[in-house]
Design a protein around this ligand. Sequence first.
Ligand SMILES: NC(=O)c1ccc[n+]([C@@H]2O[C@H](COP(=O)([O-])OP(=O)(O)OC[C@H]3O[C@@H](n4cnc5c(N)ncnc54)[C@H](O)[C@@H]3O)[C@@H](O)[C@H]2O)c1
Ligand SMILES: [Zn+2]
Length: 366
Amino acid sequence: MSPYTSEAVRIDVDTGSRSSAIWIGDGITEQLSALLDAHGVGKRRFIVSSPLIWRLHGKQFQHLADGAEPILIPDGERYKNLQSISRIYESLIRAGADRGSAIVAVGGGVIGDTAGFAAATFLRGIALAHVPTTLLAQVDSSIGGKVGVNHALGKNMIGAFHQPVVVAIDPLLLATLPRREFRSGLYEVVKYGMIASRGLFDRVAQDLKKIFARDPDVLLPAIVESCRIKAKVVSADERESGLRRILNFGHTVGHALESVTKYRRYRHGEAIALGMLAAADLGVARGALAERERQALAQLIAQLGPLPTVFDLSTDEILEAIRRDKKVVNGRLHFVLAIEIGATMTVDDVTEEELRAVLKRLGLKH
Ligand SMILES: NC(=O)c1ccc[n+]([C@@H]2O[C@H](COP(=O)([O-])OP(=O)(O)OC[C@H]3O[C@@H](n4cnc5c(N)ncnc54)[C@H](O)[C@@H]3O)[C@@H](O)[C@H]2O)c1
Ligand SMILES: [Zn+2]
C-alpha cells in the first residue's frame, strides 16, 4: 500500500490475534479519511475527544464523522471512569451505532484509554482508531492495545486488550501541547533509549534544544524510533507475560509515587523519570550498571527540567504502594534493571531493604 504522504512511515504491530498499522508523518491527519478507508475502519465513525482538544484541532477531523457531533469527554484523568464509558455507550446507541461502526479517539492517553475501552466492549468490540495528540500518547499509550479506565479504588483497574486498527501519529498536533505535557512524553522517549537504544538516548541528549523547539527533523525520528521499539516489544508479547515487562522500566517506583500522591503531583512521565533514577541507582548498587551510565541518565533527566519534589514522602508509603502494584505476581516483585544504556534485565529478588536504601538516596524522608 502506498504511503499517504511522501515521508509517512508505517510500522506494524502484529500480535497474532490482530494487527495494527501505525502511520507516522507530519500532516498525516490530513489524509486520515483515506487512511481509515484503506484499512477498512468502520462505515460509520464516531469521534471521541475532549472539549479542549476539539477546540484546538477539531476542525480537521470534523469531516470524518459525516458531520455527526463528536462525543466529548471532559478533560482530565478523573473522567477516565465508567461514567464516561456509559456516556459514550449512550451516544453510540442513540445514534444507532452497530457492529460495523468504529470509534476514532482523538486525544491524549486519557481519551485514548477511555474511548478504547468503550470500543473494546460496545457490542463485544467494534473497530478502533487512535489519533494521539500528546507526545506520551504518540510514543506509548496509543500503541499496544491496552485500554481501560480507573475505579475509585484504583487506577487502570478495569480494562481490556483491544488493538486499534490504525494509529495515525501526526507530530504537528503537538504544536499546541503545553511544555510540561511535552516533557512528560519525552521521559518515555528517554525510557525507550534506556531499554533498547543507546542511539536514541544519545540523540535526545544531543538535540534537546531542537526537540524542545519541536523541530520536525529531530522530533519525527525520535517518535518513529520510540514507536518501533514499543511495536516490536508488543508484537512479541502482547499480554505482558515476559518481554513486555521491559516497558515497565522506571515504572515500579514511578507508579508508587503517582499513587501515593493521588495522581496530582506528577505528570506520568515525571514520576517515571524519578522511577528511572531509582532503577538506575538500584542497578549500580547491585553492580549491574556502571556508575557513569547512571550519571548519564541523571544528567539527561536534569537537563529535561525540574521534577516535583519527593522529600515529604516516606519510604514506608512507597513500599506499601509497590506491594499493591500489579507488577507483584504471586508475591514476587518483578523489577526491570538497566544493565547499560540500551539494555535491561528483569529480576524478581529485590528486597525491601534494597528498595528502602534506593528511595532514601532519591531523597525521600526516612
Ligand atoms: N494504554 C496504555 O498502554 C497507556 C500507557 C501509558 C499511559 N497510559 C494512560 O495515559 C494517560 C495519560 O495520558 P497523557 O499524558 O496523554 O495525558 P492526558 O490525556 O490527560 O493529556 C494531557 C493534557 O494535555 C491536553 N492535550 C492533549 N493533546 C493536546 C494538544 N495537542 N494540545 C494541547 N493540549 C493537549 C489534554 O487535554 C490534557 O489536559 C493516563 O491515564 C495513563 O494511565 C496508558
Ligand atoms: Zn509509562
